[in-house]
Design a protein around this ligand. Structure first.
Ligand SMILES: NC(=O)c1ccc[n+]([C@@H]2O[C@H](COP(=O)([O-])OP(=O)(O)OC[C@H]3O[C@@H](n4cnc5c(N)ncnc54)[C@H](O)[C@@H]3O)[C@@H](O)[C@H]2O)c1
Length: 248
C-alpha cells in the first residue's frame, strides 16, 4: 500500500519508523511510504504525484489541516487525519466528503488504548446519569509545544460526556463553579506525550479513569492501522469503526 505522509514532524517521523518496523517484521513492503510532504516541498507536489498513493496520512497543524484535506479530496485520495485543533470545521468537512463520495477518517487520538478509554468514558457517562451525587471533571497534560488547548482528545471525550450526561450542557477550559459546565483543566509540562484523566467524585468516594501515553508509538501504529482500513473504501469513518466498537 502506497502512503503519502503529509507533515513530517514528530508524528510523521514516528509513523515512518513504525512502517519500517512493520515491514521488517513482515519481511515485505506492506507500508510503502512513497511520498513525504512537509512545508518546504508542499507547493511543489502536483495533484498527479499525490494521486500515485493509495492513502494519505495528514499530521500537520490546526491551521493547515483543512486545506490539506481538501487537497486530498480534490485528488480523490483517501485521507486519514490526525491534526487536531481544527474541529470547528469537522461537520463541514464530513458533509463535503459525504456529498462528494470521498474517503475520510479523522481521529483526535489514534492510540488503541485511548480509544478503549473513550469507550469506557462513554459507558461511565451513560451510567452516571442515574447517580447525580457524582460531579465530573477532566484533566489533560501535554508537552509544552502543543498548540491547542484543550487537547483534541480531551475535547472528544468531553463531547462524548455532554451527549450522555444530562446534567452537563457545556464545557469550559477552566475550573468552573457552574454545575452544568464540564471543567477541562489543561496543563503543559516538558516531555509529556499525553495524559487524560476523567474523575467522578461524590462526598463518599472518587472514580478515576486515566490514560497515560508513554510515547508516540501508539498514535503512529493506530494511524497506520486506520490507513490500511480506509484503503479502497469511501465514506466517513472514525477509530470506533476501525476497532469495531459499538457506540453507546
Ligand atoms: N490524532 C492523534 O493521535 C495525534 C497524536 C499526536 C499529535 N496529533 C496532532 O497532530 C498534529 C501534528 O503533530 P506533531 O507532533 O507531528 O507536530 P510537529 O509540529 O512536530 O509536526 C508538524 C509538521 O507539519 C509540517 N507542516 C506544517 N504545515 C504544513 C503544510 N501545509 N503541509 C505539509 N506539512 C506542513 C511542519 O513543518 C512540521 O514538520 C498536531 O495538530 C497534533 O496536535 C494528533
Amino acid at each position: 500500500m502506497k502512503i503519502a505522509l503529509i507533515g513530517y514532524g514528530k508524528m510523521g517521523k514516528a509513523i515512518h519508523e513504525i512502517a519500517k518496523e512493520k515491514n521488517e517484521k513482515a519481511g515485505k513492503l506492506v507500508y510503502d511510504i512513497s511520498l513525504i510532504i512537509d512545508i518546504d516541498n508542499r507547493a511543489t507536489i502536483t495533484k498527479e504525484e499525490l494521486q500515485q498513493v493509495d492513502v494519505a496520512i495528514e499530521f500537520t497543524s490546526p491551521h493547515t489541516a483543512v486545506e490539506n484535506i481538501h487537497w486530498c479530496f480534490d485528488a480523490d485520495v483517501p485521507v486519514v487525519v490526525g491534526s487536531t485543533g481544527w474541529t470547528s470545521k469537522l461537520a463541514e468537512i464530513q458533509a463535503y466528503a459525504k456529498e462528494n463520495n470521498k474517503a475520510f477518517l479523522f481521529a483526535p487520538n489514534f492510540s488503541i488504548g485511548v480509544n478503549i478509554f473513550f469507550e469506557l468514558n462513554r459507558y461511565l457517562a451513560k451510567i452516571m446519569n442515574e447517580h447525580t451525587e457524582y460531579d465530573v471533571i477532566m484533566e489533560e497534560i501535554h508537552h509544552t509545544e502543543k498548540k491547542d488547548a484543550p487537547s483534541g482528545t480531551a475535547l472528544h471525550a468531553a463531547l462524548d460526556i455532554l451527549k450522555r450526561l444530562e446534567r452537563k450542557s457545556d464545557w469550559k477550559n477552566e475550573n468552573s463553579d457552574d454545575s452544568s459546565t464540564l471543567s477541562i483543566i489543561s496543563k503543559r509540562e516538558d516531555l509529556v506525550p499525553g495524559t487524560h484523566q476523567i474523575t467522578y467524585e461524590s462526598e463518599i468516594d472518587k472514580i478515576d479513569i486515566i490514560h497515560t501515553a508513554h510515547n508516540r508509538k501508539g498514535f503512529a501504529g493506530g494511524a497506520l492501522m486506520a490507513a490500511a482500513w480506509l484503503h479502497n473504501k469511501k465514506g466517513i469513518y472514525s477509530m470506533e469503526d476501525v476497532l469495531g466498537f459499538n457506540k453507546h
